[in-house]
Ligand binder design. Sequence first.
Ligand code: GLC
Length: 562
Amino acid sequence: MIGESPWWKRTTVYQVYPRSFSDSNADGIGDLPGVIDRLDYLHWLGVETIWLSPFYSSPQTDFGYDISDHFNIAPEYGDLEDCRRLIDEVHARGMKIVLDMVLNHTSIEHPWFQESRSSRNNDRRDFYIWRDGRRAAGSSGGAPPNNWRSMLGNSGWHHDPTTDQWYWASFLPFQPDLNYRNPAVKQAMLDVVRHWLREGADGLRLDIFNAIFKDASFADNPFSLRPLPSEHNPDGFFQRALHTQNHPDTIAFARELRAVVDEFRDPPRFVVGEVFGHTDLLREYCGAEGQGLNLVFLFKSLRTPLTAPALRELVREFELAFPEPLFPTYVFGNHDRPRGMERLGNDPAKARMLAAFQLTVRGVPFLYYGEEIGLGHHHGMPHELARDPIAARYRFLPRWLLPSMRRRGILINRDECRSPMPWGVGPHAGFSSGETPWLPVHPDSPLINVDAQRGDPGSVLSSYRRMLNLRRHSPALSDGTLALIEPRADARRVLAFARMHAHQTARVYLNLSDRELPLDLRDAPGVRLQSNLHDTPEAASGRRLLAPWEAVVIFDTDGVAT
Ligand code: GLC
């Protein structure tokens, strides 16, 4: 079709956390053959692209975000054969696959780091960031080189006694940062990128991309009054992240990386960056003409309340910051954050509304596994048994601080949002036939699972499937521009916008309230109306009531492929 946007703008993405998705060999850990077993489900659901969190060789201290061999698969997830089969099976269903690229750091067990730390003269020494400490007289090791804090609040410098120097880690101490100022590192990591694109990845998700370059001056970060960072402001722990995050060299590197990704044209590929900062800064990663990262996560949506005024403001902000050829993203949960259902008070009516909003707005929707059935955040996992390395760090925090951190979206134990996918009513909700899954299943799984919702047209799952398929087959919803509409009804309760495409216009009305509200279509009828609550399309003229938490889409033509 002439003028159609590239596929990655029109797609819908579903994040699989492989460890928690489906266990095929009864060892309690989800794996790649398990994901393959569930592809028919994902295809039935109507998602077009799946993104897998890392499954490469790793000591699993941060469950794969600590890679020890970029070209191999961790045995608990399968082997290279399984990986190739997964890529082929995804493609055979007409779907796309996104792999996770952890470019910023490696595992401490990566051979590069093992060599690097062995002596100051090693050839790989400069693969990582080593500095002398600001030595206090008489002490061994002394003080760290400067005041820089890691993303988790402690000093990101770690003393290594073998060579009496300090290495830098933006995240946890066992994840040393690579030194991108060394051209050999950049080349080696771009080769990793090329390798997986050659293997058939359609897209790459870039882990903590905003940390890639640190300032070459190693000057102290300035003081800030902010105690805690947030999704849209990485300053925190009483310092500005001036020299450690969102460095201009990282933004320049986004373009270099994009040029590599664009070497692969058949089909075109894309990269989506995990970056934290103000919306306007995040846009810089994409470049004014879209010559940088294709997409960036806009995590502001993670904390926007589900109300008409708040969502209207969010859409306005994203539309202003990401006009064509740029494109926003909408995210309501991932493997690091409280599950979306948490904010919705575990109300299925609101989950059905979230599906309607996320799948009708202009921007690539990223769904997190389990969201489509309204899987809740798993509170009450005993902190002492936590597997997440972040939980271990916070074990000694005073209990009273935890609620305020939680309110800010800082998860103290990320296990809570990683509980196994509940497929049915069997043992461990059908996730594993082994004795003990790596994390316990959510206690609500007997009610909240795929089998229980599949045949029920009123379920959260049915709403997601309905909206995913509606978007997919509608040029306006998947590829149209967006204009906010002032609703005639109560603007505090109704959010309305139009999606416009050469071949179709769709108007969307979302009733974000517990009240029935009137919808008057006499002056602006359409040919078809689709609700998020049931399958049957209706005539779109006259008057109608919007049920509480109902969303409707009104199409002006029947240009909807089936
Ligand atoms: C990202 C990942 C998170 C990981 C961290 C370090 O934020 O999403 O899971 O722990 O980076 O790689």
